[in-house]
Design a protein around this ligand. Structure first.
Ligand code: UD1
Ligand code: MG
Length: 451
């Protein structure tokens, strides 16, 4: 059976109070629309159509970044969910098979639930997805069932008191044969309390034609929709809780799980220890047996086996740490390869650089990579000892087994085995400190008297 996905993402999301389209607000650093795309993507759809409206350009950009084969259908005016699906008609021209309609603001749908909907399609022409709501809420449509047959869906605004008390509510997701779907949509009217073209009308329209409709049930958590910043925060918290539990299950130690924040694509190997208050931005892979110490922030980086990062370390995109590397407190690493066993332990910035195996970078060392216009590379060989507070003015190369004296400003390449010293020579002036103190104290006394 061929599958096409239609994901509705045209709504403004007024209650988000944001310039960003609602569906692009992130959960675990990933736009909620992308979560929905990934859930649907598990069905290997033949086509994916995103219906965009508000902020369509931004939505299109995020969609293409995730899947360049996905199509965008623009809904200029948001006239309702059925009108939204109708916009996908051209993009689905020639497609034969089932359409699954998803919502861009319902990110947590389980692919297994979508599989169950497809399974139910074997016995029903139209399959809707519902859930039993714990508390009666005004925002959802009610599913009116007769045994396993779905008779109709009534929006809260249009419902009677009796219907409003029903707890089996509509998630909005559906599965239907493509041709039939667009055929039914053509019949949808906007004669209702909102004056909108409701997708939910399909249930009654199918019944009127003697077709069979049903609604299957999923967990309420899966259909959790995001309409406000409060919903977004709650959705992120739910996601984090599940992702942490999965890591614990996979043999990762989280010392204080609720203080570790993960991205949707974070990968952490077995027997790695994550101390409290660590944030993982997008694109992080940590191999097994590493330690990420407290208050570290990692993004777009790779940490190999046995490496120790932090406390208070920042790994930025392109940081590539080989096995047993040490990156200590208040160290920032960006776009740099640190080879096996090398150490950058204290108060350093290493950017656009390569550091050879077993080299030691002294406290306060900085790669001066930016000249105000362009970025330049620093290359450090193996077994190098970089003295504390060395400034490496890039582009510059330090050969294997070389050394820099503390406080050196390196502006020229250093050949292997050489010691570079570039600082003013020290001079000691006997008795001068005492004289200077006396002079200053006398000056202060004169000033205090005058005041
Ligand atoms: C809809 C359902 C309701 C269900 C609820 C579940 C209808 C008429 N009602 O109501 O039964 O319980 O979802 O969350 O379908 N959208 C567009 N274009 C439009 C209108 C909406 O793309 O013209 C998109 C929105 O961006 C959103 C989704 O469709 O992603 C749902 O729209 P929304 O306005 O939130 O529908 P609800 O009123 O919540
Ligand atoms: Mg909604």
């Amino acid at each position: 059976m061929s599958i096409a996905l239609v994901i509705l993402a045209a709504g403004k999301g007024t209650r988000m109070n944001s310039d960003t389209p609602k569906v692009l607000h992130p959960i675990a650093q990933t736009p909620m629309l992308v979560h929905a795309m990934r859930a649907g993507g598990a069905l290997s759809p033949e086509r994916t159509v995103i219906v965009a409206g508000h902020g369509a350009d931004l939505v299109a950009k995020a969609v293409t970044a995730e899947d360049e084969t996905a199509q965008i259908a623009v809904q200029e005016e948001q006239l309702g969910t059925a009108h939204a699906v109708a916009q996908a008609r051209d993009a689905l021209a020639g497609f034969k098979g089932d359409v699954i309609v998803l919502y861009g603001d319902t990110p947590f749908i389980d692919p297994a639930t979508l599989e169950r909907m497809i399974e139910a399609r074997k016995s029903f022409d139209l399959v809707m997805l519902g859930f039993d709501i714990a508390e009666v809420q005004p925002r959802y449509g009610r599913l009116i069932m007769d045994g396993d047959r779905l008779v109709k869906i009534v929006e809260y605004k249009d419902a009677t008191e009796e219907q409003r008390a029903i707890r089996f509510t509509n998630s909005g997701l559906l599965a239907c044969d493509s041709e039939l779907l667009f055929d039914l949509i053509d019949q949808v009217s906007n004669q209702n309390a909102s004056g909108e073209y409701y997708l939910t009308e399909l249930a009654a329209l199918a019944n009127a034609r003697g077709l069979k409709a049903t609604a299957i049930k999923c967990d309420e958590a899966e259909t959790l929709g995001v309409d406000s910043r409060a919903d977004l925060a709650a959705a992120d918290a739910d996601y984090q809780a599940r992702a942490r539990a999965a890591l614990l299950q996979q043999g990762v130690t989280l010392m204080d799980p609720k203080t570790v924040f993960l991205s949707a694509d974070t990968v952490i190997g077995r027997d790695t220890v994550i101390e409290p208050n660590v944030v993982f931005g997008p694109g992080v892979t940590v191999e097994s047996g590493a330690t990420i110490r407290a208050f570290s922030h990692l993004e777009g980086c790779h940490v190999s086996k046995g490496a120790v990062v932090g406390p208070y370390a920042r790994l930025r995109p392109g940081a590539e740490l080989a096995e047993n590397v040490r990156v200590g407190n208040f160290v920032e690493i960006k776009n740099a390869e640190i080879a096996e066993g090398a150490k950058v332990n204290h108060l350093s910035y290493i950017g656009d650089a390569a550091i050879g195996a077993a080299s030691n970078i002294g406290a306060g060392t900085i790669t001066c990579n930016y000249d105000g216009v362009m970025k330049h590379k620093t290359t450090i060989g193996q077994n190098v000892f970089v003295g504390s507070n060395t400034m490496l003015v890039a582009p510059v190369t330090v050969g294997d087994n070389a050394m820099t004296a503390t406080g050196t400003v390196v502006t020229r390449d250093i050949e292997p085995d050489a010691l570079a010293v570039a600082r003013a020579k020290q001079e000691n002036k006997p008795g001068y400190a005492r004289k200077l103190f006396e002079m200053l104290r006398a000056k202060k006394a004169r000033r205090d008297k005058g005041a």
